[in-house]
Design a protein around this ligand. Structure first.
Ligand code: PLP
Length: 391
């Protein structure tokens, strides 16, 4: 018997991923409509699929590649960052292509921290951010947001200590859907610069904004280049999740550390995936715009229907991503309630505890995977389910 069996490891304090747990309940209850996982219902542009097929014929597709990414993709990212995010990488940043935004985040944590250092996560956070920081041996410092899930600068500032290495913001936000105000992002970015710590801006939902809400990239602010890590993903915008491509623009002083992490964990992102990603960026953001408009109508239905729950639930308005974070007025454990909603009402949502929401019963409702008819049906089941269980 191995001596390590049963002994403690770094993974013991890391939360178990919630998506597979809810997934197993869904599989046990056929016919469940999932308002759970944060996925979109569409796949990549045909040009990306064709480019991958073509790439399979080239010998270089099957060899190791440059750790930062293949040249055409890095060039396409550079152009996109300049045109859409107002991030000029020539002002002191580097680009790295990764196997999804999650990997970019892990690299960033490993490159900027030592065990025991602190990472500030405004709550609600994206669970994999907490998991990554925990795995790296960092201390996650949770800070509250306001009642509309907007950043609270006072709370962030109070949470900073000499061991703070990074503040993480996600806008548009998973799980709340909040589009963080430009003013608050500027204030956080400035505060981080003044304190000599990194600001990691995770922006996989940059195109998913509704109404008057506008996305802004902290990496575009003056004097941001030296301390800002901007993370992006093709998973949502281009329906490219399975191909695992994300990327980041990061301060060049971190280049050696980032490359150590990339070389050890991945060596290089899958070449065929990168070729497809370059073709997807060639199609551009216009690809997802019809889907974003469709999501806007589904989101309106969801907010209206959930509003009908009255005192049973509170749903702050959210202008971005494809999530709504619902607070249910009950003392029930959200995990228990989530399981009952699946087993008894065939609708799946994700308990807020996974996102650090521990002061009540919260659920994330995801609409990205739905088309209008299923969306309406799913939300109807959720409303009926909550009314019945909480009656
Ligand atoms: C905030 C946030 N960051 C990162 C990711 C992961 O993206 P990727 O598929 O590119 O790893 C997600 C996916 O849901 C997300 O919501």
């Amino acid at each position: 018997m191995l001596r390590t069996v049963g002994s403690a490891t770094r993974m013991d304090k890391v939360q178990a991923p919630i998506i597979p747990v809810v997934g197993s309940w869904i599989r046990a209850t056929p016919g469940t409509i999932s308002l759970g996982q944060g996925v979109v219902h569409y796949g990549p542009p045909q040009a990306a699929v064709d480019a991958v097929a073509e790439a399979l014929k080239a010998a270089s597709t099957h060899e190791y590649g440059d750790g930062a990414g293949i040249a055409p993709l890095v060039a396409a990212i550079r152009r996109k960052l300049a045109a859409e995010n107002q991030i000029d990488v020539d002002r002191g940043s580097r680009i790295m292509v990764t196997a999804g935004a999650n990997m970019a985040f892990m690299h960033a944590v490993l490159a900027t921290t030592s065990p025991g250092d602190e990472v500030i996560l405004p709550v609600p956070f994206y669970f994999n951010h907490e998991m990554a920081a925990d795995m790296a041996g960092c201390v996650v410092v949770r800070v509250p947001t306001d009642e509309r899930y907007q950043l609270r600068l006072d709370a962030i500032e109070r949470a900073m200590t000499p061991r703070t290495r990074m503040v993480v913001t996600i806008s548009p936000n998973n799980p709340s859907g909040a589009v963080l105000s430009e003013q608050s992002l500027r204030a956080v970015n400035t505060l981080c610069r003044e304190r000599g710590i990194y600001h990691l801006a995770d922006e996989p939902y940059e195109y998913f904004t509704y109404g008057d809400a506008r996305h802004v990239s902290p990496g575009s602010f003056a004097d941001a280049a030296g301390h800002t890590i901007s993370v992006y993903s093709l998973s949502k915008a281009y329906g490219y999740a399975g191909w695992r491509i994300g990327y980041m623009a990061y301060p060049e002083a971190l280049a050696a550390a980032m490359m150590k992490s990339q070389d050890t964990i991945l060596i290089n992102p899958t070449i065929a995936s990168q070729v497809g990603a370059a073709a997807a960026l060639g199609v551009g953001r216009g690809y997802c715009e019809p889907y974003v408009r469709e999501m806007a109508t589904i989101r309106d239905i969801v907010v209206k229907e959930l509003g009908a729950l009255g005192d049973l639930a509170r749903v702050p308005a959210a202008d971005g991503a494809f999530y709504v974070l619902l607070r249910v007025n009950t003392a029930l454990d959200p995990l228990v309630l989530a399981e009952r909603l699946i087993r008894e009402h065939k609708v799946a949502v994700i308990p807020g505890t996974a996102f650090g929401m521990t002061d009540g019963c919260y659920f994330r409702v995801a609409v990205g995977a739905l088309q209008k008819a299923t969306g309406a049906e799913g939300i109807g089941r959720l409303v009926t389910g909550l009314r019945t269980i909480l009656a």
